[in-house]
Design a protein around this ligand. Structure first.
Ligand SMILES: Nc1nc2c(ncn2[C@@H]2O[C@H](COP(=O)(O)OP(=O)(O)OP(=O)(O)O)[C@@H](O)[C@H]2O)c(=O)[nH]1
Ligand SMILES: [Mg+2]
Length: 474
């Protein structure tokens, strides 16, 4: 039996062969092609070309994505709730992406005003309940009840301001850790009551960006209303913040106003003004609890040598209930930044009042150090809230009362902080799956000057290690 090629006309076979050999596209048309065949062939060629181009585009996209991924630096921010993770991230933005940080100022203004209003509402609700229950018995409520009633009446519009700002910022009303002031009980719990959380998917930061298409005018009208009410209540808010009865209640509860996250009582007059412009320090002091895991892309604006490099931060919610979600982000991480609030030795977790915060932080650190998934990451430890530790010790709070092993060593900042440092470093040494260097810094994340020095050296460490990890050096 003759081969199949024997049945195909010679010129067709050769042109096919030629097209296969030279890889010509489109292939030569068959010589006996009818008009209909030609139309069909051209259509088929068009479709094939489209598919081929689509595949090329996808390959190029995947190549670019891979290239981008390789040049990205992934950083995980870890630590218990209120350790200062989000505050550290703000410092990175201030230092290396100031324009992007500036673009979020409007959103932070609303958060700061909400922090203040919420604190005022919480205190008012607390005072009324406590006053009703103990008016006769306690000298701290000796102020005439009428005064309190008058204050409440004058400041009643602030409840509306809180509602508006909650709505505009997307504060999750269903969040069990974000109770409204109406939920205030007889037990003072500043951990929960002064703070708010915004879901990471709400996009509140970009909502108010000036260069973005603006939200509806209803949004801005509501925001204007909230600001006007705040301005109208300004004198009464300032009066309340300095009121003796309020001060004595806060004193009795051991609340150090300046150290309370998101309280802003000392800045009430400025923050309530219609033309209030938040400073970087205000924004660093604002309290917004992270819910879930937030991805932040920071495109370096400075220094010029690093312009355009992208750092991807994963900022996690630090409360116990949120920690199970962390592990999903452990793979491919270049750097872990762990924050241990060293001032927390005399505090308990707000989610578990039987657990000391420092003990919880050390346990968490042990778990993170032991993780196999993180064994190649660069570890940077921030012993944060050093300013509060210093203040507490200077005020006479005794470290050994809460950490018995400390025994009778000196109760001063240098000794206590170096004791905590030794423990953290020895945990890292003992629990790491393989030998790994560590960089430790004692910080106050609300102090921009201190942080600019620290972050300069942190940046160098991260860049060096990113290079090593991509085998360009070392
Ligand atoms: N005084 C002082 N306050 C700090 C310091 N670091 C952070 N804070 C404040 O502590 C509060 C909590 O900080 P965040 O950065 O929100 O804490 P976080 O670790 O992100 O907390 P979660 O999101 O709940 O996990 C904020 O109001 C900060 O301003 C510090 O070093 N000193
Ligand atoms: Mg946070």
């Amino acid at each position: 039996m003759p081969g199949l090629s024997m049945l195909v006309p010679f010129h067709t076979a050769t042109s096919k062969l030629k097209s296969q050999m030279t890889n010509t596209w489109p292939p030569y048309p068959p010589p006996d092609e009818t008009e209909l065949d030609k139309a069909v062939r051209l259509e088929e060629e068009k479709v094939a070309k489209r598919i081929s181009e689509e595949i090329d585009r996808q390959i190029e996209y995947d190549r670019q994505e891979l290239k981008k991924k390789r040049s990205e630096t992934k950083i995980l921010l870890l630590g218990q709730a209120e350790s200062g993770k989000s505050t550290l991230l703000k410092n990175f933005q201030i230092q290396f992406a100031p324009k992007a940080f500036e673009a979020e100022v409007d959103a932070w203004r609303a958060v700061i005003q909400l922090n203040l209003v919420r604190s005022v509402n919480v205190i008012l609700a607390y005072l009324s309940k406590a006053s009703a229950a103990t008016a006769a018995a306690s000298p701290r409520f000796s102020k005439p009840k009428d005064d309190l009633r008058w204050l409440k009446m004058r400041l009643a519009p602030l409840r509306q301001v809180e509602v508006i700002l909650n709505r505009l910022l997307g504060v999750n009303a269903d969040d069990p850790q974000s109770p409204s002031p109406a939920d205030v009980g007889m037990h003072w719990d500043s951990d929960k009551l002064s703070e708010v959380a915004v879901g990471s998917d709400f996009g509140w930061r970009t909502l108010m960006r000036t260069e973005k298409p603006r939200p509806t005018s209803r949004f801005w009208d509501d925001l204007d209303d909230a600001r006007k009410i705040l301005e109208a209540c300004r004198d009464d808010i300032v009066a309340m913040c300095h009121d003796q009865m309020v001060q004595s209640v806060l004193d009795e509860e051991g609340i150090e106003i300046l150290d309370e996250p998101g309280f802003f009582f000392d800045q009430a007059s400025r923050i309530c003004a219609l033309d209030y412009e938040p400073t970087a320090e205000d924004i660093l002091r604002a309290r917004l609890r992270t819910a879930g895991v937030e991805e932040h892309r920071l495109c370096m604006e400075s220094p010029p040598s690093e312009k355009g490099r992208e750092w991807v931060f994963y900022d996690v919610g630090g409360a116990r209930g949120q920690r199970a979600a962390w592990a999903a982000y452990f793979e491919d991480v270049n750097s872990v930044m762990f924050l241990c609030p060293i001032s927390s030795f005399d505090q308990v977790l707000s989610e578990d009042r039987l657990t000391n915060r420092l003990v919880d932080s050390l346990k968490l650190w042990k778990t993170i150090c032991s993780s196999k998934l993180l064994e190649n990451a660069t570890f940077i430890l921030f012993m944060n809230k050093s300013d509060i530790l210093r203040k507490k010790l200077e005020a006479g709070v005794c470290f050994a009362t809460h950490v018995e092993q400390y025994k009778d060593q000196p109760n001063d900042f240098e000794h206590v902080s170096s004791y905590i440092r030794k423990i953290l470093l020895s945990i890292h040494k003992e629990c790491s799956p393989k030998k790994r260097s560590i960089h430790a810094h004692t910080t106050c994340a609300t102090d921009t000057i201190m942080m600019s020095h620290v972050l300069g050296s942190v940046r160098d460490i991260i860049l060096m290690n990113a290079l090593e990890q991509t085998h360009l050096i070392g």
